[in-house]
Design a protein around this ligand. Structure first.
Ligand code: 5AD
Ligand code: SF4
Length: 440
């Protein structure tokens, strides 16, 4: 038997790309590939790219340039680009970087085996279609391969919201939900392979409306089905849109013990004028009222958010409204970005904010968010929390896991194994993590 071929995948961007990369690796496993951690000994290199902000795509081009030497040494090496940059500028990539053999958009991953065969025969192949079939059903699984305690599971893809700054509706396409039975089968398979915590993924995950036995199901109904899976201890989901935060989902946060007290609910901005121009279809006030309802159902829930500063026509007063909203909500974690122009999106045509001003606003917002994040993390000291242990720490006997609120927790002299969910008393809060001790 010939030696297995080696596949190196580098993943950029969101958790959905992490999930897709796993599935691509499993599918190419069927073509005789095993994964390698370095591009140097690879027979195939795949960059799973992100297009959400400008620098993400530029990084891909510079990474591709670095493979020039490798390809010269090893002419049979195949180089592929997947993900949202592939979808958005597939032909441009082929033109701009002749090293690339294969370009595959996010909806065509199940066609990778055929594409790999063609590339192997010396063809240049590009597939950025939006085919009808369920790619996840067609992507192969590596049966029974052992997994770590946490996993992502994509339940919904694409977006119909068309926020004025965002490429997702163009690169990932229209919103589609996977049928519930397939998701449940996949969850059971993950649990059999050692997974204890599943994060349900979707660009608009709370708009989930996949087919169930009695018509379409809501995300909350899907969560209640997953709640019945023995051995699955924790459920999370991301990313949600404020307008799709249904009553049954809010309620589940108060009643479903496996559903973790953490919610990523991007608001993007605090000024109603900017929210309107962003086409967000909610106001600052409606968002704050929504957070109040969620906190009424689950008072200790940790709220996480995304923010964009320097959106076209944002004034200092608009920016102040974002700071006010942040003060009011109090975020446990947050991701904030300077607006970056995405070709083809409505906001790209509008008057841009002075970049120096935008930098200054980003710094001010991040200072506030960092302070809040630290306060929320510090407030965990003295509490007893569930911690799912994921790996060994740097010191002998130390283990590291994640709390219910997704904070990293270090425990010294710890007899827990990877995959154990244990009660931990939090004793101190450091720069980026908590320290605790096992209870009993
Ligand atoms: N510029 C800056 N940030 C953006 N995001 C999406 N598009 C852009 C853009 N053009 C941010 C939003 C979104 C997160 C995933 O990325 O905050 O919620
Ligand atoms: Fe992009 Fe808006 Fe859809 Fe989120 S809801 S993926 S920001 S268009």
């Amino acid at each position: 038997m010939s030696a297995p071929k080696k596949l190196y995948i580098k993943t950029y961007g969101c958790q959905m790309n992490v999930y897709d990369s796993e599935r691509m690796a499993e599918t190419l496993g069927g073509q005789g590939y095993v994964e390698t951690k370095t591009p140097d000994d690879a027979d195939m290199i795949l960059l799973n790219t992100c297009h959400i902000r400008e620098k993400a795509a530029e990084k891909v081009y510079s990474e591709l340039g670095r493979f020039k030497g490798l390809k010269a040494e090893k002419p049979d090496l195949k180089i592929g680009v997947a993900g949202c940059v592939a979808q958005a500028e597939g032909e441009e990539i082929m033109r701009r970087q002749p090293l690339v053999d294969l370009v595959v958009g996010p909806q065509s991953y199940h066609r990778l085996p055929e594409m790999e065969a063609k590339a192997g025969a010396g063809e240049k192949v590009l597939d950025t279609d939006f085919p009808e079939e369920d790619k996840f059903e067609k992507l192969k699984r590596r049966p029974k391969a052992k997994r770590g305690p946490t996993a992502f599971l994509t339940v919904q893809e694409g977006c119909d919201k068309f926020c004025a700054f965002c490429v997702v509706p163009y690169t990932r396409g229209a919103e589609v939900s996977r049928p519930a039975d397939r998701i449940l089968r996949e969850a059971e398979d993950l649990v059999e392979r050692g997974v204890r915590e599943i994060t349900l993924l979707g660009q608009n995950v709370n708009a989930y409306h996949g087919a169930g036995p009695n018509g379409d199901m809501t995300l909350a109904q899907l969560i209640w089905e997953l709640d019945k899976v023995d051995g699955l201890e924790r459920i999370r989901f991301t990313t949600s849109h404020p307008n799709d935060m249904m009553d049954d989902l809010i309620e589940a946060h108060g009643t479903c013990a496996k559903l973790m007290p953490y919610l990523h609910l991007p608001v993007q901005a605090g000024s109603d004028k900017i929210l309107k121009r962003m086409n967000r279809s909610h106001t600052a006030e409606s968002y704050i009222r929504l957070i109040e309802r969620i906190r009424a159902a689950r008072p200790d829930i940790l709220i996480s958010g995304d923010f964009i500063v320097g959106f076209p026509e944002e004034t200092e007063e608009d920016f102040q409204a974002t700071l006010d909203l942040v003060e009011e909500v109090k975020y446990g974690t947050a991701y904030s970005f300077k607006y970056s122009t995405r070709p083809g999106t409505p906001a790209a045509e509008r008057a841009q904010v002075d970049p120096k001003e935008a930098d200054d606003r980003l710094q001010r917002l991040q200072a506030l968010l960092t302070r809040q994040q630290r306060e929320v993390q510090d407030s965990m000291v003295g509490r007893e929390l569930g911690v799912l242990f994921e790996k060994k720490g740097r010191f002998p006997g130390q283990m590291v896991g994640k709390s219910d609120y997704l904070h990293a927790v270090h425990v010294a002299d710890c007899d827990a194994e990877i995959g154990d969910l244990r009660r931990v008393r939090i004793v101190s809060s450091g720069a980026n993590s908590l320290a605790g001790e096992l209870i009993a």
